[in-house]
Design a protein around this ligand. Sequence first.
Ligand SMILES: [Zn+2]
Length: 381
Amino acid sequence: MAPSKVLAGARVVLPTGTVDDGRLAVDGTRIAAEAPPGAEIVDLSGHWVVPGFVDLHNHGGGGASFTSGTAEEVLRGIHTHRLHGTTTLVASTVTGDLDFLARRAGLLAELAEQGDIAGIHFEGPFISPCRKGAHSEELLRDPDPALVRTLVDAARGHARMVTLATELPGGIASVRMLADQGVIAAVGHTDATYEQTVEAIEAGARVATHLFNAMPPLGHRAPGPITALLEDERVTVELINDGVHLHPAALRLAFHHAGPARVAFITDAMDAAGFGDGRYMLGPLEVDVEDGVARLVDGGSIAGSTLTLDRAFKRAVTVDGLPVEDAVAALSANPARLLGLADRVGSLEPGKDADLVVLDAAFDVKGVMRRGAWVVDPQVG
Ligand SMILES: [Zn+2]
């Protein structure tokens, strides 16, 4: 059991607002209303304390792929993201053969059962060949609900989200099936029209997979999926805030339209996140990472990101000009609520897991705590 602590002197971002010179008590693995007697006082003057980040969409990091790595490699990838403040992570797969993905689901479900990940997100193979991005075209399938269901079942209750091109045959029936199963249907890698996307949302789709990327652009006579996803209050939009996938003005447009409660910043990270440039595999496809930008060797399509959520946060505040509280919501409370985990994580409240990030005045990570234990100890630096 981790010893009890009081984090003192920092600006603490609470659900009710930011408190200067705040005190946050941690008792064991949880946030406490009051410090237990004898608690260690940790002086964090000059720092921010924000909730641990929740990543809905992440394919790997630290040189490891969640689609193809061994369990140890996957754990290394998770740890890499934890060092950057992500205390809750949904592991995403890329398109593969269905039998292969079902086996992967088994391995990842074990990690979910151990509490290392918050579940599995299947991105592909049920996506549009017109908007395939970095997915193998020959392995793409129409979203027949029976096929989609095989992946959900293979995940043994840990499938959290499936990205679909809902305009394909079986798409709407699959959305309904997923909603019935309590799995989030996400619209993405799609060539849908505005009207088709509205139909998918009516059927139960609730997330936009990396809004703007891998979908038709917004046109004034063909408003497309972007408009449908932005205008429906029930939809949370994922944004990759790495300065590569989105122009800051496009990010601000989405943020202002959806409002701060409906945006989730994600990494969509691949193996190179927190690792370095070089040649990597994304599923069966080769990717070159140069200056932190991942592109397919064949065709040059952007192939995931090398983002970590601490950088997404720092950009949001220092480049995009978002209020700290709004950026915090997009990195913690909103994705936690979407995942049905808001009773445990996503905000700094007594009774919740002591998952938090300590940032300095320049918004660089100085400490990370997960379930009451330091992953990065701010006193060691
Ligand atoms: Zn992805």
